[in-house]
Design a protein around this ligand. Structure first.
Ligand SMILES: [Zn+2]
Length: 243
């Protein structure tokens, strides 16, 4: 189960580290259809996995990063559940429960600076800086085909110790919630864009006003992927950093 020819890039190792270091012993980490429990300082146990080729590959990659690059051990002999892929109805029914579960998990994440350990949910998430790390190759788990896409991180600054915490965009979305996730502050400006939900979008257009549709860039700035192709309202914000 643990064999893969794949070799991680430095930032992929860093991504794993960033996800695991804030996790307490007994805490759960759930990437890519997998569920792991942290069982010690440098040990992890596979609790459940979705029965899918791509997920098995993802597990093999996690094992490789952890054992070859971080000196951890991964126990996958005592896996409790192999989950068969659910129907679309089951996915829809479970979505809300899953979101709540993940939010409970992320609410236990803390600043990776051990002396600080401020919960991430307490951080000024509205001041997140989106950073494009550039093109990376990936393998599509469904088709096995190689592709290229930009890799983004959401940088959150810890107000207690000033640590800059790089977060996976989806993890950031879980912590920040939809409203913050879909509000983007353009770097080095006081301009922000907020994605309009469908009903607000309709009301805006009916009222004769205009929003802004975002592409992949805004002047010299790259637009974060979740904001691309959305219809937004632009506004000014006041940075309350000095307060
Ligand atoms: Zn901190």
């Amino acid at each position: 189960m643990n064999n893969t020819d794949w070799e991680p890039a430095d930032d992929e190792i860093e991504w794993t580290r960033t996800n695991l270091e804030p996790l307490k012993v007994g805490g759960v980490w759930s990437p890519h259809g997998l569920e792991y429990e942290r069982t010690g300082d440098k040990s992890l146990r596979l609790v459940s996995m979705v029965n899918h080729e791509g997920v098995a590959e993802a597990h093999a990659r996690v094992c490789k990063v952890l054992s070859d690059h971080m000196g951890w051990t991964v126990d996958d002999d005592s896996v409790e559940r192999i989950i068969n892929q659910p129907s679309p109805e089951e996915i829809a029914a479970n979505q809300e429960a899953e979101l709540q579960r993940v939010q409970e998990i992320v609410s236990s994440w803390v600043c990776p600076n051990e002396a600080c350990a401020e919960p991430l949910v307490n951080m000024p998430l509205e001041r997140t800086v989106w950073v494009n790390l550039g093109l990376h190759t990936f393998t599509d788990p469904q088709s096995g085909e190689e592709g290229e896409s930009d890799r983004w991180i959401a940088q959150v600054g810890c107000p207690k110790c000033n640590e800059v915490i790089p977060m996976n965009p989806l993890d950031y979305g879980y912590i920040a919630g939809e409203d913050l996730f879909y509000t983007w502050r353009v770097p080095n400006t006081t301009t922000q864009y907020r994605v309009l939900p469908r009903d607000e979008c309709t009301a805006l257009i009916d009222s004769g006003e205009k929003g802004v549709a975002l592409g992949s860039t805004l002047g010299p700035v790259d637009v974060p992927p979740h904001m691309q192709g959305t219809y937004c309202v632009r506004s000014q914000y006041i940075d309350d950093e000095e307060e």
